[in-house]
Structures are given as structure tokens and as C-alpha cells.
Design a protein. Structure first.
Length: 96
């Protein structure tokens, strides 16, 4: 998935995290501010209230969070799970 799709359609995505939990992006993201530093900049809500969060995805819909700014992609981005479009994604167990 490219950054433009994430920026525009982020409210329709579910993050399946590394513990196989399903989390609607709207549970921890309030607003998209657009593309920024190789990803999409968001304002957080809930447990991330007030935090700036930069997310990016790859061609396999893996989702990464920017955790530092060293210009080394392996250090700067942390895999947090993968994204599924709740309107068009594969069958998932019911969201709870």
C-alpha cells in the first residue's frame, strides 16, 4: 500500500498487531496531517493522545511506526503489524 492510500483511507483500516490483536486505527489515531518523513503523520488519541505518530506501509501492507530519526531505516522504523481494510480485506475473525 502506498502512503497516499494510507493518508486518505486510514479510517477504514484495522491494524493486526504482532500479538494478533485487531485494533481499528481510529482507536489511537485522531487525524492525518499528510505525508511526512517517508510515511504519514498522524495526531494520536486514546493511549496516544496528543502524540505525533508517523506510520508507513510496504507493498505487503506491513505497518511500521517511526521510532527514531537516525537516517537508518532499520533503526528508525519498527514493525507494529499489518493493515487490513475492514471494507475490502480478507476474512478476519470478528472484531472484539
Amino acid at each position: 500500500m502506498d502512503s497516499d492510500r494510507l493518508n486518505v483511507r486510514w479510517k477504514s483500516f484495522i491494524l493486526v498487531n504482532l500479538r494478533n490483536q485487531q485494533i481499528h486505527l481510529t482507536e489511537f489515531l485522531r487525524q492525518s496531517l499528510g505525508r511526512h518523513k517517508g510515511g504519514v503523520l498522524f495526531v494520536g488519541c486514546g493511549t496516544e493522545n496528543g502524540n505525533n505518530i508517523i506510520l508507513k506501509t510496504d507493498e505487503e501492507d506491513n505497518c511500521y511506526r517511526k521510532v527514531s530519526d537516525t537516517d537508518d531505516d532499520e533503526r528508525d522504523w519498527e514493525l507494529i503489524g499489518y493493515l487490513v481494510d475492514k471494507n475490502a480485506g480478507p476474512d478476519l475473525p470478528p472484531y472484539t
